[in-house]
Design a protein around this ligand. Structure first.
Ligand SMILES: Nc1nc2c([nH]c(=O)n2[C@H]2C[C@H](O)[C@@H](COP(=O)(O)OP(=O)(O)OP(=O)(O)O)O2)c(=O)[nH]1
Length: 76
């Protein structure tokens, strides 16, 4: 099982969503920015790292929104 974190960033009543890059899996799809939890990392640490890598900003994690389980099947 793969564990992923994603951030819901709200500013001025607008929610930030990001488009996946052309060189990524699911290229062009829209997502809440985030990524996979690495070994030894807490979900919060993962989120801070991913948002810094993807958006170049430093965030503080506030409220936990929720958890979902997805069964993904890849099609080529
Ligand atoms: N970031 C993000 N990922 C999502 C969302 N919904 C959803 O199903 N996913 C899935 C897509 C991917 O299979 C997985 C996130 O993996 P990723 O490829 O973005 O992770 P990563 O940044 O660590 O990438 P990499 O190092 O493996 O290249 O979670 C979402 O809202 N945000």
């Amino acid at each position: 099982m793969k564990e992923v974190t994603a951030a819901i960033i709200i500013n001025d009543g607008k929610v930030l969503i990001a488009q996946r890059a052309e060189n990524q899996k699911l290229a062009g799809k829209w997502e809440f920015p985030g990524g996979k939890i690495e070994s030894g990392e807490t979900p919060e640490e993962c989120l801070i790292r991913e948002i810094n890598e993807e958006l170049g900003i430093n965030i503080e994690v506030n409220d936990f929104f929720g958890k979902v389980y997805i069964n993904m099947i890849w099609k080529k």
